[in-house]
Design a protein around this ligand. Structure first.
Ligand code: ATP
Ligand code: MG
Length: 269
């Protein structure tokens, strides 16, 4: 699959470090899910995290969004060291995500699912929402407007009223992306956004990821097994294998490294 970047495959200036990990290790009992991992994510880039099954990719995202607390290492967000973290705190500082296994409210409509992604942005409490007056009303209208924009952007208007449980898998993944975008994250974590999709659905999703990055300026960390997609989309790639980082760099650099070829590219998946 080849993708045209709207601006051509320009080399971008990625100077500003948004997130920096240093010496991060995460253990589950005797399992070293992550061992001494150090890399950074720069503002505006698409950063891929790849590696074989069980390499530690999802664990990595779970550390970044505060779901897991690493036993060792430091994490800096915009230059400041993060201490205790949880997904709510991470989200409120601007880190949004989608999951490897879709985590939507299946009985709720597309619109309501995307609206739920706004929860963090809603300042007025339930009382004001209920009485529906003044500032709460204006705020609600503004949230609806943003949500409708995202729905248009991802071309899911036709399913806005459909319960998401009734949608085909590819569209559910797109709704999940819409919900993550609704919180207007600065850094968006995508855990296998194209898994289980057919070629056409993958091409659509790849296009949307590029457009989110280009048009909203959202920084993206992406886990994906389809190496063609990764090579086309990403500015830089981190390669994990058995919880260790075995390569880090541009697609051109990483694809030539023997350790990567041995561990990942060389083995059938
Ligand atoms: N909550 C947990 N408890 C115990 N072990 C875990 C937990 N989460 C992950 N692991 C283990 O940590 C290692 C890394 O798992 P992880 O899910 O991060 O891999 P992955 O690279 O995302 O794999 P996949 O490509 O299959 O999604 C595996 O050995 C896994 O079994
Ligand atoms: Mg995973």
């Amino acid at each position: 699959m080849t993708l045209e970047r709207p601006g051509g495959k320009r080399r971008r200036h990625l100077d500003e470090v948004l997130l920096a990990l240093e010496g991060v290790s995460l253990r589950f009992g005797g399992v070293n899910a992550l061992s001494d991992i150090s890399f950074d994510i720069r503002k505006g880039e698409i950063r891929a995290i790849i590696g074989p099954n069980g390499a530690g990719k999802s664990s990595m995202l779970n550390v970044i969004n505060g779901f897991y607390q690493p036993q060792e290492g430091t994490i800096r967000w915009k230059g400041r060291e993060r201490r205790r973290m949880n997904p709510y705190l991470a989200a409120s500082t601007g880190i949004g995500r989608t999951f490897q296994n879709i985590a939507l409210f299946k009985g709720m409509s597309t619109l309501d699912n995307v609206m739920s992604g706004r929860a963090l942005k809603m300042r007025r409490g339930l009382f004001w929402q209920l009485v529906w007056i003044g500032p709460a009303r204006r705020e609600e209208i503004e949230h609806r407007r943003r949500v409708e924009e995202i729905i248009d952007f991802l071309e899911i208007e036709h399913i806005r009223r459909t319960p998401v449980g009734k949608l085909p898998y590819g569209l559910q993944k797109r709704v999940e992306l819409a919900r993550a975008l609704a919180m207007e994250p600065e850094l968006l974590l995508l855990d296998e956004p194209m898994a289980g999709m057919n070629l056409e659905e993958k091409e659509d999703m790849a296009r949307f990821i590029l457009e989110v990055n280009e048009q909203f300026g959202t920084t993206i960390a992406l886990i994906e097994h389809d190496i063609g997609v990764v090579m086309d989309l990403s500015d830089r790639i981190v390669v994990l294998d058995y919880g260790r980082m075995i390569a880090d760099g541009t697609p051109q650099k990483v694809r030539r490294e023997q350790a990567v070829i041995d561990a990942y590219l060389g083995v059938a998946h």
